[in-house]
Design a binder for this molecule. Sequence first.
Ligand code: LLP
Length: 432
Amino acid sequence: MTSPTLPGHPHVHYRNQTLYIEDQQLSDLAREHGTPLYVYSQAAMLQALQAYQRGFAGRKVQICYAMKANSSLGVLQFFAQHGCGFDIVSGGELQRVVAAGGDPSKVIFSGVGKTRAEMRQALEAGIGCFNVESEPELEVLSEVAQSMGLRAPVSIRVNPNVDAKTHPYISTGLKGNKFGIAHERTVATYQRAAQLPGLRVVGIDCHIGSQITDETPYLDAMDRMLDLVQAIEAAGIAIHHIDFGGGLGIDYNGDTPPEADALWAKLLARLDARGYGDRQLMIEPGRSLVGNAGVCLTEVLYVKPGEQKNFCIVDAAMNDLPRPAMYQAYHAIVPLQEPAADRVPQVYDVVGPICESGDWLGRDRSLAVAAGDLLAVLSAGAYCSSMGSTYNTRPRPAELLIDGTATHLIRARESVSDIFRSERLVPLPKKG
Ligand code: LLP
């Protein structure tokens, strides 16, 4: 018997053995819109955002949604309407913010490889801050801004050298990572930034990793950041805002990350104790705002028994849900209709149709399934659609945003001709 509400998913639950998101029956949505299909709960996004807003009540804070987690316009529009700014990492993401009605002055631009063209685009749009990640980037940004008669607002991303204790690919705050400026170089880099004519120093920032489930790395990073603020200000450079990045984890498989409000109560107490409680603060959460708001629906195509393994072959694949293939990540997989008691569960690897052994969505899962059944892959709101591809010429799925009984199609299913629209055949040599 499956529990009525699914762990980590406050708005996904079984009613009469049938899986619902908010007040919508998921199998109805799959029938109407086809599979694979991403479905997001607006109530779950709001609940996640409100946990942060509660945590920061009475403080000066700008929550900048890290849109790489899910950059669909309908999702961005929701966060813009609820007062969020955005953490972006490309000119393309900036265009999405503008298209979704976001406010460019609440945008911060992170990333180690900003091009001159992206810098110009962001300066023209009037973004709030560039989070600069290297000394050469400072020089180039100053040059670009000066050529436009502007001064670019900058904060420097410092690498606090704390271990976020997460998957190596998503840990970013250690010395060996490509991100940020080394702790020891920070004051000298700020001094250089303060001299450059095209820059205006406004803040400091860090981001130590993603899917962090423990509060200790955050507390350590905060201490190191505040030590740096003290040292930079002692050198005569004012720091107007402190940006603590994102990274808070979600429950994929019994994970127990702190709630955003509880985490921030502790962090803010530390900030107060050190006398920085009245500063302008920024955060850049991604996954924790959307990850458990979404599911990906998929249909079982074939059940294939094998000598060593049984395979449950579904119509979603690593192009739609890349996290298992990339990080050996776990996503729970549950049926949309709880199976009849006489169906005996078997252990399956749940795999997609792509021609790669890495195309798996779940390993060794106990499921009572038959061809034609519908399944939900959970925790699919973050880093699934946004990291998706069209590998094997598989069109991107449709995306729905659910608000109670209302369903909004926020992305139509892609067509194959959409995929190769910009491709061209080579002209054939003229005959004769
Ligand atoms: N700020 C910066 C500068 C970042 O690099 C990231 C994520 C975030 C904020 C948001 O982190 P979040 O709150 O979502 O943890 N594709 C991987 C995750 C990559 C995260 C990259 N940076 C995954 O699927 O697990």
